[in-house]
Write a protein that binds this ligand. Structure first.
Ligand code: ADP
Ligand code: MG
Length: 243
């Protein structure tokens, strides 16, 4: 883990200091220390059960570490504005547009701004025609675009995506990848879990590789894929580690 800070070429965004997560006597994340820089996109990879989703939930504030701490540098230690997109979209039992305006309301956006922001986001993701349909009857691909539109409307500084394309067909995958690139263009910091190596190569600036609840490697994406430094990462890149 000598290269732990290798990927940090710009100012730091988030530091994890000895983050450990235990559950029922099992250590699921162990002593994770790392710093993410404030720019670019980080791809989190690793075999199934490595702890990628847990780590993401901790970073997003959905779970509290058993020990250790998180520090967000730009915002005096407190989390910045952030959103999360899951493998299976979580939609409320209401219309597509209401799912977006509701998220804006929760964020505290003034009611006057909610509809225009929601409409703009739906349009951006090609969802204008389905804006008034119940969100839960939309196709898997449409629901994932809706999840991205909802995140877009929130203007997050950081966007977490947990295997957002695992359940999608190639066209829908392309739409999600384009969206991730668009978020990156407007300066949103991307942190994404994926088990798709070609996707990681397309989208990642740096790679965080987890195995059995530990960070095994953190490196810039090019170096990680070209010359992984650990045996586990090597096996993973060659497709020999089961996920
Ligand atoms: N909420 C939870 N409570 C307890 N154990 C969990 C919870 N979520 C996941 N786990 C366990 O933690 C380990 C890591 O899970 P996860 O982060 O989902 O792995 P990954 O996303 O890398 O596939 C697994 O062994 C899983 O069974
Ligand atoms: Mg997972």
């Amino acid at each position: 883990m000598n290269d732990m800070h290798a990927a940090s070429t710009s100012a730091p965004l988030l530091t994890l200091d000895k983050v450990t997560f235990r559950h029922r006597g099992q250590t699921l994340l162990q002593n994770i220390s790392l710093t993410l820089s404030s720019q670019g996109s980080t791809i989190v990879m690793g075999p199934n059960g490595a702890g990628k989703s847990l780590l993401m939930r901790i970073c997003h504030g959905l779970l509290t570490p058993t020990s250790g701490r998180l520090h967000w540098h730009d915002t005096g230690g407190r989390p910045p504005r952030q959103a999360m997109v899951f493998q299976r979209p979580v939609m409320l039992r209401r219309s597509a547009i209401a799912n977006v305006t509701y998220a804006l309301a929760v964020q505290g956006t003034c009611w006057r701004d909610r509809k225009p922001l929601a409409r703009e986001a739906l349009e951006r993701f090609g969802l204008t025609d389905v804006a008034h349909r119940p969100a839960r009857v939309l196709s898997g691909g449409e629901q994932q675009r809706l999840a991205l539109a909802r995140a877009w409307a929130l203007r997050p500084a950081v966007l977490f995506l947990d295997e957002p394309t695992s359940a999608l067909d190639p066209a829908a995958i392309k739409a999600v990848e384009d969206a991730v690139t668009d978020f990156g263009r407007v300066g949103t910091r991307i942190i994404m879990n994926t088990h798709d190596i070609s996707q990681a190569k397309r989208l990642g600036d740096d790679v965080l590789f987890l195995c059995q609840g530990r960070v095994v490697e953190h490196n810039n994406a090019e170096s990680f894929f070209l010359a992984p430094r650990t045996r586990d990462a090597s096996a993973f890149v060659r497709g020999e580690l089961v996920w």
